[in-house]
Design a protein around this ligand. Sequence first.
Ligand code: A4P
Ligand code: MG
Length: 173
Amino acid sequence: MVGVGGIFIALGSNLGDRAGHIRSALRELEEAGDVRVLRCSSLRETEPTGGPPGQPMYLNAVAELQTELSPADLLARLGEIEQRHGRERTVRNGPRTLDLDLLLYRDQVIDEPELTVPHPRMWQRRFVTEPLAEICDAQRLAAARALRPMVLPRSQPLPGGGPARSVGNRNSE
Ligand code: A4P
Ligand code: MG
């Protein structure tokens, strides 16, 4: 049992065997048996956005996953796969063998120091929106675009007096 879908990740590479890194990341995601890759977009060659000048072109894709891993556990899994591919973090937006970002986790909104979902820059980036539109229907895309972080005024406690949460699944404008 690997849960239901509606979880989307972005895959990017602009160093080495770019298509090889992306294809093998998709295989590695399924290795432990707790993640299934439901569908993957075509691979697109894209101009680098940001980062140092003169970077090589990227290959980008988006995939839909099915899993019961929590968002944090899935992010950790993505990080492990990046490491296996020799990912080095030296320059922000610098060239990379493999970048795996969590774009959407069903209708969840997450605003933690280590994890923001929906990915905060995803809607501004054609290298994400175009492959996403290939594998995600228009109705689901519109619902995802409407997801907003749950902003609670500092002075307003949650009903029941619990601590302010930054994780929600409210679908609001
Ligand atoms: N983090 C927070 N939220 C997320 C999330 N939803 N998914 C944190 C993944 N990571 C998330 O990421 C930095 C930190 O973001 C992590 O520690 C994680 O806890 P990183 O992968 O180490 O660094 P990065 O990817 O260089 O930074 P960032 O800010 O994720 O960059 P972007 O926005 O992903 O942009 N141009 C083209 N054509 N194609 C590309 O794929 N990619 C980038 C990277 C720039 N230009 C590009 C492309
Ligand atoms: Mg990243």
